[in-house]
Design a protein around this ligand. Structure first.
Ligand SMILES: NC(=O)c1ccc[n+]([C@@H]2O[C@H](COP(=O)([O-])OP(=O)(O)OC[C@H]3O[C@@H](n4cnc5c(N)ncnc54)[C@H](O)[C@@H]3O)[C@@H](O)[C@H]2O)c1
Length: 438
């Protein structure tokens, strides 16, 4: 009896001789490649950015949350990176971890995924598994990926295998990593699901198979939309509580004592990162093609995107109460990464706060130990570098806005020397004369 592509690939996965290609070596791709290398596979990374490729090949990291030592150890075991798509021919598995942003009309921009797929297409061969990990709308794998693969003459499910398995990477999370976070997966055919599940079982304790790639795609969107909507809800609750003179943080702590039916979410200056502000609109866009308006998702998005301006308004009110105008104020923004203890500034509300302050004429600076300077972004070019915190700097500021509560900041020292603090992260509990909770 002849051995099938499925059997050959399963054998190579199970004996770790399968060579794993990862396309897109960003926040998702690099840790994933390291996980496969740690599990005993030869891993080859693909990226269009030669700087990343050179750093990896030199055994170096470019993320603060990944130490050089991890990359060095992996390169010593044979892990490498390349800009050449032709090397896809050397692999048994190709995993796509490309950005999936929004386009100017707030619709899905799949160009990174499609461009890279078209780059590797000429080098795909029988007995290969192709996995899409990028967050996207239900139907992408079947409608956009499968036909392109089959245009090469390969049949998905027979010659090659195709799965969608969403990434749950949470950069900087020390409790949950790939190994102890269950991995959802959907296959184009049962054979695809079997091969893909075998692959991911080698790096995580629990693989969660679902019935289709569409179900896996929607699972990821549900997870992120759940967060986006609840963040919108708690930000709305914050505005109500503030008007009523109630401390929302006290209320959340009290509600969180309920042992069932309540999961705490916390207010902030808005939402950021590559996922939560973006992904919900992938579903909104696709739902519209089915004649459905996703109203709750839109409203949560409106509330969350209005937050940076709301925070600046609160700072202006607090300055006004001290006889100062925002327009003539010196304002320090603490933290510009979108969440604490990471260096990612994509869609960050801290950046939007800086921009709004500048637009209103304030003199601004920022301090962020993870972000030494602000590079040009799609919508902002602030040309600022992080300032060092000291007593003189703090006391010279009319207002300090805590936008991101990195653990590295000395909050007691900041409070001691500040004239006015606008705290968007609930870092200052209790009553302080110079702190406005917002
Ligand atoms: N960042 C997260 O925490 C996170 C978590 C879960 C899911 N995701 C999803 O994972 C996907 C990837 O996100 P990310 O944060 O890793 O993105 P990223 O921007 O950090 O990395 C993407 C990488 O792809 C490279 N790239 C771009 N075009 C390419 C091409 N044509 N060929 C080869 N490489 C190319 C870029 O140079 C970059 O290194 C997105 O869909 C995102 O929504 C991200």
């Amino acid at each position: 009896m002849s051995v099938t592509a499925r059997e050959r690939l399963l054998k190579r996965i199970n004996d770790r001789s399968a060579r794993i290609g990862i396309v897109g070596l960003g926040y998702v791709g690099l840790p994933l490649m390291l996980d496969f290398s740690d599990a005993g596979f030869q891993a080859l990374g693909f990226d269009i950015d030669p700087k990343k490729v050179d750093l990896i090949n030199a055994g170096k990291t470019y993320f603060v949350h990944i130490p050089d030592s991890r990359v060095t150890a992996a390169t010593e075991r044979g892990m490498a990176a390349t800009t050449q798509y032709s090397r896809a021919a050397e692999t048994d598995v190709m995993i796509l971890c490309l950005p999936t942003p929004l386009n100017r009309d707030r619709g899905p921009d799949l160009s990174f995924v499609i461009d890279s797929l078209e780059g590797i297409l000429p080098f795909l061969h029988p007995d290969q598994l192709i996995c899409l990990e990028s967050t996207t709308y239900p139907g992408t794998t079947e409608e956009e990926i499968k036909p392109r693969i089959e245009s090469t003459g390969l049949t998905v499910g027979d010659d090659v295998f195709l799965v969608f398995s969403p990434e749950r990477e949470d950069p900087g999370n020390r409790e949950y990593s790939m190994s102890n976070t269950p991995k959802v997966i959907g296959g184009t055919t049962p054979a695809c699901l079997e091969v893909g599940s075998a692959l991911y079982a080698s790096i995580t304790k629990r693989v969660v198979p679902v019935s289709s790639t569409k179900a896996a795609e929607l699972t990821k969107l549900l997870e992120n939309i759940y967060r986006a909507v609840n963040i919108g809800l708690i930000n709305e609750m914050k505005m109500v509580a503030e008007r009523m003179g109630i401390d929302i943080w006290e209320v959340i702590d009290a509600a969180a004592t309920k042992p069932y039916g309540f999961t705490p979410f916390y207010p902030g200056p808005g939402y950021g990162g590559h996922c939560i502000p973006i992904d919900p609109f992938y579903l909104t866009w696709k739902a519209r093609t089915y004649g459905i308006e996703t109203r709750l998702i839109e409203v949560a998005g409106d509330i969350n995107t209005a937050m940076p301006a709301w925070v600046v308004g609160k700072a202006a009110d607090a300055l006004d109460a001290l006889g100062k105008t925002l327009e003539s104020a010196r304002v320090l923004v603490l933290g510009v990464a979108y969440k604490k203890n990471v260096d990612d500034v994509r869609e960050s509300p801290g950046i939007k706060i800086l921009q709004t302050l500048l637009d209103r004429g304030a003199v601004v600076c920022y301090s962020d130990p993870f972000v030494p300077m602000l590079h040009r972004m799609r919508e902002h070019d602030l040309k600022l570098t992080s300032v060092e915190i000291n007593a003189e700097l703090l006391s010279g500021m009319d207002c300090i806005i805590v936008a991101t509560d990195h653990d590295a900041f000395n909050y007691a020292f900041i409070q001691k020397h500040a004239k006015l603090i606008v705290d968007t992260r609930g870092r200052y509990r209790g009553k302080f004369e110079n702190v406005v909770k917002c």
